[in-house]
Each structure stands twice: as C-alpha cells, then as structure tokens.
Design a protein around this ligand. Sequence first.
Ligand SMILES: Nc1ncnc2c1ncn2[C@@H]1O[C@H](COP(=O)(O)OP(=O)(O)O)[C@@H](O)[C@H]1O
Ligand SMILES: [Mg+2]
Length: 287
Amino acid sequence: MSGGTRPPELSAHGGNGRPATSGGTGRPAGDGGAGRLEVADVVKAFGANRAVDGVSFVAEAGRITGLIGPNGAGKTTLFNAVAGEYPLDAGSVRLDGEQIGSLPPYRVFSHGLARTFQIPRPFGGMTVLENVMCVPERQAGERFWNSWLRPGLVAREERRNMERAREIIEFCGLTKVERQLAGAISGGQQKLVELARALMADPKIVLLDEPGAGVNPALLDTIVDRIVELNKRGLSFLIIEHNMDFIMSLCDHIVVMATGRVIAEGEPDTVIADPQVIDAYLGGAIQ
Ligand SMILES: Nc1ncnc2c1ncn2[C@@H]1O[C@H](COP(=O)(O)OP(=O)(O)O)[C@@H](O)[C@H]1O
Ligand SMILES: [Mg+2]
C-alpha cells in the first residue's frame, strides 16, 4: 500500500469474521463483525439519583454511534459503567456477545473496549511517547516469565512496542511533540494522546467522551479525520459530543439521553428533528 498517513495496523481480532472495508466504499455497519456493544437496561444510581436509569441501545460493529443529550443526562456515567469504573446496579453490557458488565476496567479493556476521558488524564510528568508506550498489552500474561527466561525476546518486544507507539503517534499527528511532557501540550493535543493510548490497546471499540470539547478547529479536523480513517478500517466508535457538526458529520446512528434515559435514537437527520429531542435541548438549542 502507498500514500498518505495510514492507520496503524489493527489486528483482525482472531479472525472473527470482520470483513475488510472495500476501497473506502461504505462502512461495514451492523455486519456482525467485531466491536458490537450491547447495553441492556443499565442502571447506575448515586444514592437516590438514578443517573443512568434503565438505558438500552446497541452500538453496532463498524459503526460510529453518537451519544448526545443535555448536561447531566447521564452520558459520562453510562460510559463509566460500561468501561467498568462502576459496577452496574442493574442490567447488562455485552461486547460481541460476551458479558462485560461489572467487570473491572482492566478486564473490560482486555476484552477490547478502550475509552478516553472528558477531561484528558495523561501522565503529565511523562513524555507523549512514554504515555503511549506504557499502555499495557491486551494480551499480557507471559511477560513476567519471559523477562526471566528470554531476555532477548523482551528487548525485541520493547523495540516493537516503541515502533508501534511511534507509528500511532504519527498517525495521530503528534510526532512533533512526542518528546514533550504530556502535561505541557495543549488540551487538544492531550485528547489526541488519549486517542493514541486507546489505539495502542488494539481495541475493537473506542468510547470517546467529548473529543471535541475545548479543541481548536484545526485540531478538531485532525481528530475527525483520524476517526473516519480508523472507522474505515473497521474500528467501532461510541462518541459523546456536544458539537452537533461533529456528530452530524461523523455518526451513522445517534442515541439521545435525557435525565438518565434514552429518549430517542436513529439516523442523525431524523433524531435531531424529533420534537422530544428539541425539547430536551430547551427549544432548539441543539441546532
Ligand atoms: N461520581 C458521582 N457522584 C455523584 N453523582 C454523580 C457522579 N457522577 C455524576 N453524577 C450525577 O449523575 C448525573 C449525570 O451526570 P453525568 O453522567 O456526568 O452527565 P453528562 O455526562 O450527561 O453530562 C448528574 O446528576 C450528576 O450530578
Ligand atoms: Mg459528561
């Protein structure tokens, strides 16, 4: 292959039947490939506040699904519940049919679900490269023994890890800042570092919490562009975002939450014309 910045290699996830996208024509949405996230009747309460109050939807494999809704709707709480930060009070979450609800974050992660945070959380005292390199491998396990028994192998793996990190950093447009401390770069660049860290895990689906918030327009274009490119390669996304241009241009399917519940879902054009959705956003502020 040649030309342009190619996405880093994403593995075929054990040959589970994800078809390759053909020459950039269309997305393999809903094809039964990898990254299908099924949220069913999920409840997460903080005391009496049912922040997520019986939420069900499916983020289909190969799709970019948008999760929108006014502040306080429960979107971030849902992300946290799905990613294992909180045990579920009720309901289930399945990734490609496997139950991941209430697993701890590292187990959810090792099933192939990576997420970024609304407020980026880089290790500020480490460089961008170090931040990306230190993401644990999803297929960990043998490493401890390897380090005793086969030091040459470990050195080779570390070199490969660094090469992969640098490839992903380049893909995310961060090469110029890879030696800078992650705490010293712009908020938008930090969001890209989070995306890079998520990609290191070779995930099936990536959950992005407000990737566009506080990001300058040029960097926002880069983020959009990278998401499209990765999606063409079959990576699924679930994205919380307030910027409607961003949502409308990227998403195949939108889920709308308000006060802990799903109030509408469907194709973007239909959903934003839904009176209930407009109502939830206080009389048309969504536009
Ligand atoms: N850690 C927490 N402890 C207590 N209440 C919380 C916590 N996180 C969120 N909430 C409450 O849950 C509700 C949903 O918040 P959140 O999920 O952040 O909404 P959104 O991301 O849609 O803006 C809000 O009422 C918020 O105050
Ligand atoms: Mg939020």
